[in-house]
Design a binder for this molecule. Sequence first.
Ligand code: THU
Length: 142
Amino acid sequence: MAGITDEIRAQLVQKAIAAREKAYAPYSKFSVGAAVLGTDGKIYTGCNIENVSYGMTMCAERTALFKMVSEGCTEFEAIAIVAGDNVTDGAPCGACRQVMGEFAESLSGTEVILASLNGDYIVETVASMMPYPFVKFRPQED
Ligand code: THU
């Protein structure tokens, strides 16, 4: 969707930075924050949530996306992610990219904003982050 302005991107980045403060990461000590703009116009935030049984850990991106879906919105226009001093420190894992593919309003248009703690960011898309996603059984076409 066109219409994501620099102002909205900066707002999402600041929300992701704030959400990162809530990270529960006593094992890796690696905090991640995410902020998702749903097509309902609301912003959903998330942080990573670890567990002593390490495999139970949930990433920040999926926390935010699942919060959105659980609140009744199943498509998003943009997601901002922040982890560290470099914009690529928060580059999403493969599982999160797959989930982004499920809920992206448009694979080629939905923005993935990779941000640093000082507010710098680069803009990618769900499609650029994951070429040839598995979408065969997705309900809607892009
Ligand atoms: N993590 C995220 O939150 N998002 C990602 O895309 C990659 C990794 C978290 C999971 C774990 O708590 C920590 O970063 C180290 O892997």
